[in-house]
Design a protein around this ligand. Structure first.
Ligand code: CA
Length: 152
């Protein structure tokens, strides 16, 4: 009797996690920002947050922003759930990749760049292949004059 209860207790979480993973297709519930054409307008030098969830069909977030000046661009990132599998890519206004960073599992705080950029329009593409996390991010433009990237 005792043995059977133990087996049941172990089986139930397995069933729950199976049903949580199996319900959604890639980007089925992306929230209207799953393609470059739907990129959300954001500002540089402002701390923002959003969420990716591969388990709930929100795999991709696109952001777009405009830089009035050139310089050295750094995207600072903070993951609430560092177990997520995710890739962050900076793209130019034609969608061409400038720099890409694969999130290191277990790492809460990361930075993409510095990337030397001119004034213009840019995109940030965040894609989760597994897991889920709220993330905080900030696009920071340095003057390129050797100023060290600020810690946060
Ligand atoms: Ca999304």
């Amino acid at each position: 009797m005792r043995r059977r209860l133990l087996a049941l207790a172990m089986a139930v979480p397995g069933i729950l996690s199976l049903s949580a993973c199996g319900g959604f297709d890639f980007d089925e519930q992306t929230g209207g920002d799953g393609t470059r054409g739907e990129a959300r307008e954001i500002a540089a030098e402002v701390t923002l947050d959003d969420r990716l969830s591969a388990t709930q069909g929100d795999n991709t977030d696109w952001k777009k922003f405009t830089l009035e000046d050139g310089g050295k661009l750094v995207v600072k990132l903070w993951w609430d759930e560092p177990s997520i599998s995710a890739t962050v890519t900076l793209r130019d206004e034609l969608g061409q990749k400038l720099e890409s960073m694969k999130h290191t599992k277990g790492q809460r705080q990361e930075a993409l760049g510095p990337v030397k950029v001119a004034a213009g329009n840019y995109y940030l593409e965040l894609v989760a292949s597994d897991g889920a996390s709220v993330y905080t991010y900030e696009i920071h433009l340095g003057d390129g004059g050797g100023t060290p990237t600020p810690d946060w």
